[in-house]
Design a protein around this ligand. Structure first.
Ligand SMILES: Cc1cc2nc3c(=O)[nH]c(=O)nc-3n(C[C@H](O)[C@H](O)[C@H](O)COP(=O)(O)OP(=O)(O)OC[C@H]3O[C@@H](n4cnc5c(N)ncnc54)[C@H](O)[C@@H]3O)c2cc1C
Length: 93
C-alpha cells in the first residue's frame, strides 16, 4: 500500500507553500494532488503584488511574515527571483 506523511489537495500557492513548510519540518513523503496543473487556479493569474494592509490584523500579520519569506525567496528555494520593490496605489478620482 502506498502511503504519504501528508496529502495536500490543490497545487496553488497555498498547497505548494504548505508542502514546502512541511518539508522544512522534516516530512519527506508529501503528496500534492492537483486536478489540472501547478498554478492552474488563481495562483497562475496573480500579478505578484504583495500588499501589506488587509482587513483583519491576522491577515496583515500573515502577509508581513510572508514578505520576509519573499525577501529571501531565491536563497530559500534556489534559482533566481525578483526582489520586491515598493509600489503605490492611487485611487481614481
Ligand atoms: C487576476 C488575478 C490577479 C491576482 N493578483 C494578486 C496579487 O497581485 N497579489 C496577491 O496577493 N494575490 C493576487 N491574486 C489572488 C491570488 O492569486 C490568490 O489569492 C491565490 O493564488 C490563491 O491561492 P490558492 O492556492 O489558495 O488557490 P489556487 O491558486 O486557486 O489553487 C487551488 C488549486 O486547487 C486545485 N483544485 C481545486 N479543487 C481540487 C480538487 N478537488 N482536486 C485537486 N485539485 C484541486 C485547482 O486546480 C487549483 O490549482 C490574484 C488573483 C487573480 C485571479
Amino acid at each position: 500500500m502506498r502511503t504519504a506523511d501528508a496529502v495536500i489537495v490543490g497545487g496553488g500557492v497555498t498547497g505548494c507553500s504548505l508542502a514546502y513548510q512541511l518539508a522544512g519540518l522534516g516530512l519527506r513523503r508529501i503528496l500534492v494532488l492537483e486536478r489540472r496543473f501547478i498554478g492552474a487556479g488563481g495562483t497562475g493569474r496573480s500579478v505578484g503584488i504583495i500588499r501589506q494592509l488587509y482587513p483583519t490584523p491576522e491577515t496583515t500579520q500573515m502577509v508581513l511574515r510572508s514578505l520576509a519569506v519573499f525577501e529571501r525567496f531565491g536563497e530559500a528555494v534556489g534559482g533566481s527571483s525578483t526582489s520586491p520593490g515598493p509600489a503605490m496605489a492611487i485611487p481614481r478620482p
